[in-house]
Design a protein around this ligand. Structure first.
Ligand SMILES: [Zn+2]
Length: 500
């Protein structure tokens, strides 16, 4: 009879043999660790002010309607989108004055021509004013690289053509507008090597015209715009009786297959399963990476919801919610990486509705449903993400996976971004193909050929078929760019070619 002690020892040995076996992707590098806290970024986050956010939202709501087709001539003074744009511009100028003129405050003021097309929401020419503040990068070699945050300050009620009825829009999207403004206020007190732009746009509810106008300008002027954070409906809707709202989560929506991808690019994505490693998806992962440094991550309890640093960005692996759009699409359409941040659960009685009480139910996008503590947390997450990316070197360029060799290695190459400082180092990150976020990272010391220099070829002893890889640029303090997925340098297989 087997003695119990022998049996126990045998089990322990078996377990230790099992736990000692490491798979190739675990045996190379190490589990991804959060970056160390940057004191400058921590100071900016601490500076985010609930009362300031609240005041900006209350003031904007007092413009009553901010529908973008509300004619300034037919509205009383102090009402409408144009009047609101002047308030936002004034605040940006005030923030700039406080930092010795560090912000360049600009407008992109244009006439959106009337359209008679089916479904048009602009039936007469409408003046639209994008208001933005530029915090120029302090490193001449990196200042051309730009990160941008946006929110829309126009609002609507039930009838998207009602230019005169009240449309407070306290959540949609005064909350996102206030986040752009607060990021401008707190980040303008600090210096970053790359440039940050704080944008607020009208026209979202009429069909994204103003963000489209801005994104086209960025494309036609050749901006090196590496990431766009669009905050739309981040008010943390607090409706009595709503028990499933989460004040510790924020959704981050991102496109997978880029809307401007060529047929060949799409086929490549299909063949190698890289559709979840497109630039916008990598930008979404960057918000998660930053949150691990500055925020408490799950499991968070409802009791944590008021803590100023308890917020988890949650990747939503789709472009946007069902039947809805947002300004990130305008940037996606121009080929830029852009994501949308939105509260966990929306209340559809409290957006796109006339203010009224019907059968005892209150409708309308009213101030009373905004949670200013939550909006401040969202502002902190945005500020930390912008500041991290603007402190890090730019993303690696021309990242390529050489997949011809039939072996269990992964050979990748890339070049440094323009103006990358001499202390830039590059980190390879990877995850199992069924995981949504990065799990492991290369140990730079182990791959001396990855450190410094302009062009690199790396061989990582992990099967390229079992994981997804990304490469990111980091500085000596541990600020890392969003990752870039290496593009397979192999032809699309013949059976995926279009039939002749
Ligand atoms: Zn909106």
């Amino acid at each position: 009879m087997l003695k119990l002690s022998t049996f126990v020892v045998g089990c322990v040995l078996a377990a230790s043999v099992l736990s000692a076996q490491k798979l190739d992707f675990q045996d190379t590098g190490a589990p991804l660790k959060p970056a160390v806290v940057d004191a400058q970024i921590a100071a900016a986050l601490k500076d985010v002010s609930v009362p300031v956010i609240r005041r900006n939202i209350e003031t904007l709501v007092a413009f009553k309607t901010r529908l973008s087709i509300g004619s300034a001539e037919t509205l009383p003074p102090g009402v409408g989108a144009i009047a609101a744009s002047e308030y936002i511009k004034g605040k940006f100028e005030e923030y700039s004055k406080a930092c010795g003129g560090c912000l360049e405050v600009k407008t992109d003021d244009f006439i959106q021509p009337a359209s008679k097309a089916n479904g048009s929401r602009v039936l007469r020419d409408a003046r639209m004013v994008n208001v933005y503040a530029v915090l120029k990068g302090t490193d001449p070699a990196q200042a051309k690289r730009i990160y941008l945050i946006t929110g829309h300050y126009d609002t609507r009620n039930t009838d998207v053509m009602d230019a005169h009825g009240d449309a407070p829009g306290a959540n949609d999207d005064t909350s996102g507008t206030a986040v752009s403004m607060e990021c401008a206020r707190v980040l303008s007190k600090h210096k970053f090597p790359a440039t940050i732009i704080f944008l607020t746009v009208p026209g979202e509810e009429q069909g994204l015209q103003a963000s489209a106008h801005f994104a086209k300008m960025a494309r036609s002027e050749g901006w090196d715009l590496e990431g766009v954070l669009n905050n739309d409906i981040v008010g943390g809707n607090t409706t009595p009786g709503e028990t499933h709202q989460s004040k510790t989560r924020i959704r981050v929506f991102s496109e997978n297959v880029p809307q401007n991808a060529t047929v060949d690019e799409m086929k490549r994505l299909i063949q190698y399963g890289n559709e979840s490693d497109t630039p916008s998806r990598e930008l979404a992962r960057e918000t998660l990476d930053v949150s691990r440094t500055y925020f408490h991550v799950p499991p968070a309890t409802p009791a944590d919801s008021k803590l100023p640093y308890t917020l988890s960005p949650v990747m939503q692996m789709r472009l946007d919610r069902y039947g809805r759009g947002g300004d990130h699409r305008s940037f996606n359409n121009q080929g830029f990486a852009a994501v949308r941040l939105t509260e966990w659960r929306e209340d559809y009685n409290h957006q796109h509705n006339n203010v009224r009480v019907e059968n005892g139910v209150q409708y309308g996008d009213l101030l009373q449903y905004d949670d200013f503590d939550y909006i401040a947390k969202v502002a902190r997450l945005n500020a930390a993400t912008l500041a991290t990316m603007a402190s890090a070197p730019g993303q690696p360029k021309s990242a390529t996976m050489f997949a011809q060799n039939q072996d269990n290695n992964s050979v990748m190459s890339f070049t440094a971004s323009d103006g990358a400082p001499s202390d830039t180092w590059y980190q390879v990150v990877w995850r199992e193909t069924s995981a949504s976020d990065w799990q492991y990272a290369s140990n730079a010391a182990k791959y001396s050929d990855m450190v410094k220099g302009a062009a690199h070829t790396i061989t990582v002893p992990i099967s390229k078929d079992n994981v997804y890889f990304g490469i990111r640029s980091c500085d000596a303090h541990g600020h890392c760019s969003a990752a870039v997925a290496p593009v397979p340098a192999v032809p699309v297989r013949p059976e995926l070619q279009p039939a002749k």
